[in-house]
Design a protein around this ligand. Sequence first.
Ligand SMILES: Nc1ncnc2c1ncn2[C@@H]1O[C@H](COP(=O)(O)OP(=O)(O)O)[C@@H](O)[C@H]1O
Ligand SMILES: [Mg+2]
Length: 273
Amino acid sequence: MSFQRSGRAQIIAVASGKGGVGKTNVSVNLAVALARAGGRVMLIDCDMGLANAAILMGIDATFTIGDLLAGRCTMDDLIRPGPGGISFVPGHSGTGSGSTLTHSERTRLIEALGPWLDDFDHVVIDTGSGIEASALALIAEADMPMIVVTPEPTSFIDAYALVKALAVAQGLQRFQVVANMVRHDIAGRELFDRFRGVVTRFLDLNLDYAGAIPDDPYVREAVLRKRCCLEAFPGSGASKAFGRIARRLARPDIQPVPAPAELRLMGEANGTY
Ligand SMILES: Nc1ncnc2c1ncn2[C@@H]1O[C@H](COP(=O)(O)OP(=O)(O)O)[C@@H](O)[C@H]1O
Ligand SMILES: [Mg+2]
């Protein structure tokens, strides 16, 4: 069972090996940034352990995916309007049965979502952490698995384990990588280059650099305010970075991310570095 659609919805699954690396913040802000870039966007919270996306947007969800799966509501009841005009599908927290959907839950969710997908240009899925089979199977449903990595060695190692597991168990070969909580753009690019170096030494895979998000206190402040950073602090470094990543995803034919050497040259040219 996989997503059947005739339109051109691009399905992005935001994933990581380790929890706490910023998947939910990336999912929410990327979804809003894609909407700002002109796309019709659906955001689905598929983290069945810690469904946090609603909290980050200050949305009081009446129904959750759990209610849909239990037959207590329809997709019409479930979908909520979110910031920037996105359509939000709230996740279901705390069943205690793990952070991902079971095989039959995933099949039923995909069936229910199917007719809706053609109305969207981008569908962003916030996934649970970990590398158990059900998590891998959900990520494999996407056109674009997007791996979030931070400079912490544990994040790096766990992202490697996730990419390897997705390649071995699901046959995935192409990944987008976001460097989150980095000191600056060059550090993000270097983190990506190091990650790609390790991955391609052992595995025959393609890794694309989606871009870097700075470690930005405005992201934490937005979380405290239950607002998405892009709305609460549009001028912050993180919000601008989300905008750049969204524009690149919306128009893959433009703006490859410059390599560090080119960035340095650009910086020297305009005196930024
Ligand atoms: N770019 C960033 N700058 C600063 N803090 C961040 C950034 N991204 C995430 N965080 C913080 O990290 C914590 C975990 O983020 P979250 O999105 O919930 O991670 P995950 O969904 O991977 O578990 C949050 O408290 C959030 O404020
Ligand atoms: Mg999360």
